[in-house]
Design a protein around this ligand. Sequence first.
Ligand code: TRP
Ligand code: ZN
Length: 864
Amino acid sequence: MRTDTPVSVKLENYSPYPFEIEHVSMDFSLEPDATRVRTKMQVKRLRPGAFVLDGVGLTLNSIALDGTTLSEAAYQKDEETLTIASVPDAFTLETDVTINPSKNTALSGLYMSAGRFCSQCEATGFRRITYWPDRPDVMSRFHVRIDADKAKYPILLSNGTPGEAGALSDGRHFAEWDDPHPKPSYLFALCAGDYDVWRDTFTTMNGDHVDLGVYVDKGQADRAEWAMESLKAAMVWDEKRFGRAYDLGVFNIVAVRDFNFGAMENKGLNIFNSAYVLAREDSATDADFEAIESIVGHEYFHNWTGNRITCRDWFQLCLKEGLTVFRDQEFSADLRSRPVQRIKDVMRLRARQFAEDAGPLAHPVRPQAYGSIDNLYTATVYEKGAELIRALTVFIGDEAFNRGMQIYFDEYDGTASTIEDFYACFEKASGRDLSQFRRWYAQAGTPEVTVKERWDGDSATLTIDLAQETPVTPKQPTKQPVPIPLRAALLDGKGAHAEAEGWDKGETVIRLEDDRQSVTVQLPAGSKRPLLSINRHFSAPVRIKRALSNTDLLALAAAETDAFNTWDNFQTLAKTEIFRLLDEPQSPPDEALVDALAEAVRANSDDPAFAALLTVLPDIGELFQEREPVDPAGLNVARKRLRQALAEALAADAERLLEAPSPAPFKPNAEQAGIRAQRTAMIGLTGALDTSEAADRLKALFDKAPNMTESLACLRALVTLPGKPRDEAIETFYQRWKDNPLVIDKWFAVQAGQGTAEDARRLSQHPDYDLSNPNRVRSVAAAFSMTNLAGFHAPDGEGHKVIGDIIARVDPLNPALAARLLTSFEQWKKLEPVAQASAKRVLEELRDQGLSKNAMDIVSRALD
Ligand code: TRP
Ligand code: ZN
């Protein structure tokens, strides 16, 4: 099925749809192999243009215009569209199609998961359900009627609120759903099957009553409680923080095992990957509980940023995604710890988005063109998109930002909007011209900011020389300066701020808007040289380049008043040290650094979640970006040596902490999770000791671990310590959890994430490995290729081959998943020559054997 590189869609070619469809009525007769979909739409012409509908993989049974069946001569149909050449200015169109959900392995459109019907329409799945102008700027009111076998599918769900329901002949039954809010087709949803339901209610700030339901596999209702608690917390938060209330009488969440992404914000009927719904202390980790809270929040927040105000076209994807990630990050920061949340967000940004921005797949947050829309759901659109909103809050201030958001909600409710519309609200609110700020959306690449200081002791002035440069990225050889808001403070060296003229209590926001800029600060006469803390709380998504010695950095780390920067200073120190150990493999790790780091971990024991983050050294993916060509295996060895030294320095602390009991009874809240994070950090460091005593100790901890968080931490630490304790732990864990697929996903991931290519291949041949389930596919393929770079890029090329083989087998079933896995090759040009050659070979082989359009889009850009 050799396919050519997809033709690209261009932003400049946007033109509004010539028709409006105010109302649509859909009738589903559900059968796994042959579902009949009858659609009746009320169409009105708005402007000149052809009447074209999208439709893919549909069997057309009949089509009628104003009640008259059309002959084949009256319309043209190809693989992707149906065009009616001549239509009146207002008409009713009725279509009748048949689709096959049980053959739908791509998980886009209507498909079966564990015997139940389930839909995924974003971005272009609706055209696999019926003929329709499948674009976000066509919004309609939907009425849905579903009929199905009553015994097999007792629960029938769609968007909006339920209408009539009842029994039919032949053991079938029906249900009707009405969504009063006009919506684009990508927000349509349908679920049908047998579920257990966890129910609750909510009263909005307007006094409206909402019925809430979380639909899960039979027998799993108690595992939905945390998702429900998270949902109610999100509803309250959006009312308090943004004044946004829910707008329907029903809000349902359905959990499905087979899903390409985390979750989907369909109006009133969110569909979730079950990994982000089901949780209980025995089988879910604190990270799972945290992810559930965040993703439930994310999808809920889309109700306003995405659904009430949607996107005009897919180039505006960041309008809903960047903004909604920003909102979910703020939700988590408010519910948990703000600095800890910020550190985690930045870790993710640096690991995924900075890497993407530095490779062949780099693209602007709002690109000018795309080959395949599924491939635009990237770290750049989501994570960098969120950072830009955050940078905007710093640039114009919180007050103007909040006013701008209210203007946005008031003026654009019910519309399909653009980034320009959004920014117009903040220009109005702040009185600033934000056209330069919007360059951030058009330029790919992570800006580098060079910071130099000049101190004049006689006049007590500090001059800060700043310069910015954005690297060249594909198709963007030259870059313009972007406005970079840098939170800054002057530190007195002893944990407090130095006084400075015009700086509020020693703090300010420096707005770097040009290529170069100097800021001079006047301190009181006779002042000592202050220490500069910059990009505090990571106020802008840039790389800071500063020529500071280790001594300077240690002094800065000790004097910091910003928790994010304290952590970041240690990250910088650790990075430098890992590279030094790579270059000088004979020399021991720097004792002063190890001691300072161990001391910082101890000093922060009152904030255990933060202390735990201090023990995490920069991962290989981040180190990757600092050097070219890169030797991931060498880096891994150097990193392990530093980690072992830290483990030795903290060994007594680890032993003491792990002797204390885990908090009981278990609660998933931030406070307990923080204590467990510190415990699991110590478990990890115990593994880093790399001794047989450590393995025995970990096995003992594993055997009596009181929850999944600690059990999995022990298993993770043991996996790298060959021997009997390891083998037994792997086997025991498998036997205990073999009937719980979400836990077995973890079992696969923990091995693939730290093993060799041979381990990955063996796991991919395990009887439980299942190419039709995305979570399971990722548990080996993504865990190995994206979190285990030393294994994946090993010079023998075996890692590349294993992943290439999995991709080749997944692509015919699920192109979106294959394309996602292919992005793991994005760094190949940075590799040392041997690994670089093997990565290239695998990419070329894949390209030559022929791939789906989605996969081809990634391969061709990666090889370009
Ligand atoms: N809109 C979803 C979110 O961010 C993302 C998503 C879910 C998605 N499923 C998808 C995107 C399928 C593309 C294809 O919350
Ligand atoms: Zn989203």
